[in-house]
Design a protein around this ligand. Structure first.
Ligand SMILES: [Zn+2]
Length: 350
């Protein structure tokens, strides 16, 4: 990927990486909010390392290495990810990732794994131990590094410290804390910042998101543009518009909590709960004088009704339970029942 094609907010980081590509440390970790495009950066760096005719802007895009990368066939690019994430990757990357995953047919009815297993790490170490196919560099991209379970992380330590031959590891993570300290201490961290609102909005506009929707999808994505675009493409906005209208009716006593929960439905419950947490957080922030473009309330005239009614409810308690729910949602909490409880707490007047 040429620099001009790099996502604009990652361009400064990309420039630094490509400038020092020959001096990259063996272990690099790209850290930043989920949905910024860190995998794009990692893959562009991998392509630049493997390219046979690299330019000052990165991979040439035309040599045989670049071509085989584009088709997901490059033998010296190792992409390790979870079964779950692999499902959302574009074809070429999914093909690379599949070399380290059980075939779908072997998985049967088992849910896709959300971890990178020790077997995946052992396999990559074994393959890196043999000669590179192109006789040159090899790159292993691990995404997300937070999905390495304890055994997988331990298996990785030695090879991170002493990579075989000309091997680079590029890890991707949404946060430092999410990665085992033993891994963190063996990589150089590159922080990828969330872009300023105006830059993110301009990019969303270029990608077909209507101006009136940019702030909301960015708010729902912690300001990360790729995540915001995904939210928009998935039609999240249609849901949130309805949820907001229903929330106002609930606060006014014109809608019962159970009816509202039923109309949201079990499938949308987790998404609704994270939307609600964000909205209540914004109401509380505004109450304390913090206002910015990326808040879920304030842009619409009807928002002031929601704000003034919500503020009389036990918002801190509701926030607490929403946060606890979010931290535990990997475990089987019944989202529908939990949502009803939260809506009852909002509906009841003190
Ligand atoms: Zn090339």
């Amino acid at each position: 990927m040429a620099r001009s094609m790099m996502l604009p907010w990652l361009a400064p980081r990309w420039h630094e990486i490509v400038k020092g590509i020959d001096r990259l440390p063996p272990g690099l970790m790209l850290v930043g909010t989920s949905g910024l495009g860190k995998l794009e950066l990692a893959m562009a760096a991998a392509a630049a390392i493997l390219c046979e005719r690299r330019t000052t802007h990165g991979a040439c895009g035309a040599c045989s290495a670049c071509q085989s990368l584009e088709w997901g066939l490059h033998p010296d690019l190792h992409l390790l990810t979870t079964e779950q994430l692999a499902q959302d990757l574009p074809v070429a990357r999914a093909q690379l990732a599949a070399r380290y995953l059980e075939p779908d047919t072997a998985r049967g009815s088992r849910k896709p794994r959300q971890i990178i297993t020790v077997d995946q790490i052992r396999t990559v170490i074994e393959r890196l131990g043999t000669h590179s196919h192109g006789g040159g560099a090899r790159v292993a991209v691990i995404v997300p590094a937070s999905s390495l379970n304890a055994n997988a992380a331990n298996a990785l330590l030695k090879v991170l410290e002493e990579p075989p031959g000309d091997t680079r590891f590029i890890l991707v993570s949404s946060g430092r804390d999410a990665v085992p300290a033993t891994v963190l201490s063996r990589v150089s961290v590159v922080e990828c910042a969330t872009p300023p609102f105006a830059q993110a909005r301009d990019w969303l506009l270029e990608n077909g998101v209507p101006a009136a929707r940019c702030a909301e999808v960015l708010a729902l994505s912690s300001g990360a543009p790729l995540a915001a675009l995904r939210q928009y493409d998935q039609g999240v906005i249609e849901h949130t518009a309805r949820w907001k209208a229903d929330l106002l009716r609930l606060l006014e006593g014109a809608l019962l909590p159970v009816s509202m929960a039923a109309s949201i439905g079990n499938e949308q419950a987790p998404r609704f709960l994270s939307w609600l947490e964000r909205l209540i957080g914004d109401v509380l922030a505004r109450r304390h004088g913090r206002r910015d473009e990326m808040q879920l309330v304030g842009a619409d005239p009807r928002d002031s009704d929601i704000e003034s009614l919500l503020i009389s409810r036990p918002l801190w308690d509701i926030m607490d339970s929403l946060q606890v729910y979010r931290c535990r949602q990997q475990r089987a909490v019944d989202a529908q029942l939990f949502m009803e409880d939260v809506l009852i707490a909002i509906w009841q007047k003190d």
